[in-house]
Design a protein around this ligand. Structure first.
Ligand SMILES: *[C@@H]1O[C@H](CO)[C@@H](O)[C@H](O)[C@H]1NC(C)=O
Ligand SMILES: *[C@@H]1O[C@H](CO)[C@@H](O)[C@H](O)[C@H]1NC(C)=O
Ligand SMILES: *[C@@H]1O[C@H](CO)[C@@H](O)[C@H](O)[C@H]1NC(C)=O
Length: 331
């Protein structure tokens, strides 16, 4: 009896926390990390719809572009889908795993404007998860550049709670080459951490309608773990979460450098940020920047962002005053 009631309780609590999730990314639907994340979220009892770009769309930020043909005009980078195949579709054996030849932000549009209403009776989505990205997306410069985060803020625009996840992996690997059950594999560790933080959010949500406050999302960055950690450095396999902020005096701003030998420009981060990236207008002022968390040991940064990009009242008023009598009251 005792066993039965414990089992019933366990089943009930699992059922209560079984959520509907849209999962996307910018490395493409066939990336190892998104497939590991799909597997772990599904194993945790959630109903997951993986809806992601056909192929690598890193660095597309919030760009909203999509296929203008109904067939693919080229193979994807892994030759998984080929020229002439449909511009969108799902895995043959799983109608919850979809690709669309589009940017990450447009995949969010595909999920909510077409796929869910057309094929899944408008199932109510509790959370949008983006990632885990193959590469870090730290601080405000990456906030606008990253397709992983672009998908996330596009989901937040629509009123969904959404979380972006990025890892310290750099290889753009194909799940058919690299997905495995090795508990030490970075993709699998990151996927387990996604389940850990989303489970906590759902538990805290309780009976509330929303997971996160309206207009708010989270940006999560995982440090190097297990095989990615440099020899001689501290081992890391379970990086705990540290709350952080997107801005900071020492965040890396994208920059350029001319290579005089080749005559072409190369990417060159301005590593020390600027006094502008160090401004403290919004948020909790004494939090560390994301890079200072993730790049200094076995810690995962978690920042809250909002899609209210308007300048705060004082700065908006200063800008307004500069425009003076050029401004009129609209009748
Ligand atoms: C990187 O990804 C490619 C494509 O999936 C794969 O063939 C290769 O084995 C990967 N390399 C490493 C070091 O994981
Ligand atoms: C500049 O370009 C040359 C020629 O392509 C290359 O060999 C060299 O590594 C580059 N220098 C730097 C600092 O990247
Ligand atoms: C970067 O900032 C640190 C801390 O303020 C300072 O010590 C260092 O000199 C700066 N480096 C550069 C290249 O400006």
């Amino acid at each position: 009896m005792k066993f039965l009631s414990a089992l019933t309780t366990a089943l009930l609590s699992t059922a209560a926390l079984a959520k509907n999730i849209v999962l996307t990314n910018d490395d493409g639907w066939a990336s190892t990390e998104i497939r590991a994340t799909y597997r772990e979220l599904t194993n945790a009892g959630h109903n997951v719809y993986l809806v992601a770009p056909l192929e690598q769309r890193s660095g597309f930020g919030g760009t909203f572009t999509f296929s203008y043909t109904d067939k693919l005009l080229h193979d994807d980078q892994f030759h998984f889908k080929k020229e002439g195949d449909a511009a969108w579709g799902h895995e043959e054996n799983d109608d919850h795993i979809w690709y669309f030849n589009a940017t990450p932000a447009a995949c969010v549009g595909f999920a909510f404007d077409y796929l869910l209403p057309t094929h899944f009776a408008d199932v109510k989505i509790d959370l949008v998860v983006s990632g885990v990205n193959q590469g870090l997306n730290l601080d405000i410069p990456m906030f606008t550049i990253s397709g992983t985060i672009g998908a996330t803020y596009n989901a937040v625009y629509r009123g969904y709670s959404a979380v972006a996840f990025s890892g310290s992996t750099s290889n753009n690997s194909f799940y058919q080459d690299s997905l495995n059950d090795d508990s030490n594999a970075p993709a699998n560790i990151y996927a387990k951490k996604v389940v850990e933080i989303t489970s906590k959010l759902f538990e805290s949500q309780g009976d509330n309608e929303r997971v996160l406050p309206l207009g708010t999302g989270l940006n999560v960055n995982f440090p190097k773990v297990t095989t990615l950690v440099k020899e001689g450095s501290e081992e890391c396999s379970d990086p705990q979460f540290v709350f952080s902020r997107l801005t900071g005096e020492h965040v890396a701003i994208p920059g350029l450098k001319l290579n005089e030998t080749s005559g072409v420009f190369e990417f060159s981060n301005l590593k020390n940020g600027s006094i502008a990236t160090g401004v403290k207008y919004n948020g909790i002022f004494d939090l560390p920047s994301e890079n200072s968390v993730t790049e200094n040991g076995c810690w995962t940064s978690v920042s809250a962002f909002s899609v209210d990009y308007s300048a705060p009242e004082q700065e908006a008023n200063e800008a307004k005053a500069l425009l003076g009598d050029l401004l009129v009251q609209r009748s």
